[in-house]
Design a protein around this ligand. Structure first.
Ligand code: MG
Ligand code: MG
Ligand code: MG
Length: 350
């Protein structure tokens, strides 16, 4: 399953016990092994996307834990930004330490989880330093110079893919790791309501909840409450909490999402949020900034928009409506990945 890494962790018997002639005959192999020995001294960071969500943070922790169990002690989890309220609640509940914050990847080897687009990755990441990718998003145009382990599956969360990797490698899942991976699936699929949810996600949650010793739906509601607590958040924090950049055929965009139990909770902050969106558009030189205000109970999203006239036309085309008071309201809309990004991509395609 891990041919490259099994090779890293095993001493090379053919060389250590060999004679000088052997060294000559194995010259190219010896050279490769020297390169690998250098790698052994490096830390490898497992890291999710910027504006880290629960799946990004817990996938980094669970995958680093799996790699450690497989003998790769140099692998450590990291988060590409501040950890949100939902993730803090979860890590505190299962008494898992917060991963270190990694915001500059200069000279760092990384395993990307829960994203595969450079625009969403930790800053100053060199493509050559990406060791692996484990994700569940669209493939976003990343090109590497050498072959890497790249596992991408169309399921509800990266957490479920990693739970499978534990199983395939015969590594027992601890109560803590089960709790984290279960929560990643519940969070990303909004308690199975998102169209991104697959039968595999439900099976994984059922298995993981047993190990974690919690009622998944009850625990999921606690997660949602922690995620949707807006009372102490500023407009800027609301905009940046789950924000991703995209390039739609040259239209530079940012698409954020905030999930609440009741949209009325956000109404008093709407004007301030729009103001922050405009500031972000100017500062980052974007053509448009979109923020999904998602009501997880009604399963609908108010899609806030600021941007150029051309971007507004594309936005209206994408969602088949007219902007009114800076937004279009969409019923049955929960998923940025499946219901917002693809129509925007389609509308701006040249
Ligand atoms: Mg994510
Ligand atoms: Mg995810
Ligand atoms: Mg999400």
């Amino acid at each position: 399953m891990w041919p490259e890494f099994i090779k890293f962790s095993q001493p090379d018997a053919t060389i250590s016990g060999g004679c000088l002639d052997c060294l000559v005959s194995f010259k190219s192999k010896f050279y490769i092994n020297n390169a690998e020995v250098l790698h052994l001294t490096d830390k490898i960071y497992v890291v999710g996307h910027k504006s880290p969500d629960t799946d990004s943070v817990t996938s980094a922790i669970a995958y680093a834990n799996l790699k450690n169990a497989l003998g790769m002690k140099e692998v450590v989890p990291a988060a590409a930004g501040d950890i949100n309220g939902e993730t803090k609640f979860l890590l505190d509940y299962f008494k898992v330490p917060y991963p270190e914050k990694l915001t500059d990847a200069t000279d760092k080897k990384v395993i990307l989880v829960d994203h595969n687009e450079m625009a969403q990755a930790v800053d100053k990441l060199n493509l050559e330093n990406i060791v692996e990718i484990v994700d569940h998003h669209k493939i976003g145009g990343l090109a590497t110079g050498k072959p890497i382990f790249f596992l991408n599956e169309p399921v509800g969360a990266t957490g479920g893919i990693i739970a499978n990797l534990y199983e395939q490698n015969n590594i027992a899942i601890s109560k803590q790791m089960a709790g984290l991976m279960m929560s990643a699936i519940l969070s990303d699929t909004v308690l199975f309501k998102s169209p991104t949810c697959t039968p595999r996600d439900r099976v994984a949650v059922e298995k993981l909840a047993k190990i974690a010793g919690v009622d998944p739906m009850k625990f999921g509601m606690e997660l949602l409450k922690a995620k949707s607590n807006m009372s102490t958040k500023t407009a800027k924090e609301i905009l940046l909490g789950d924000f991703k950049k995209f390039d739609f055929s040259g239209t530079k965009s940012g698409v954020g999402q905030v999930e609440v139990m009741d949209l009325a909770d956000l109404a008093p902050k709407r004007a301030a949020i729009l103001d922050e969106m405009n500031k972000m558009k100017e500062a980052e030189k974007l053509d448009m900034v979109v923020l999904m205000l998602t009501d997880v109970m009604k399963e609908a999203s108010d899609l806030l928009f600021v941007g150029s006239a051309a971007a507004a036309a594309g936005f209206e085309k994408a969602f088949g409506g007219k902007l009114a008071n800076n937004s279009i309201y969409k019923e049955k809309c929960l998923s940025r990945k499946k219901q917002v990004v693809p129509p925007l991509e389609g509308a701006f395609k040249k």
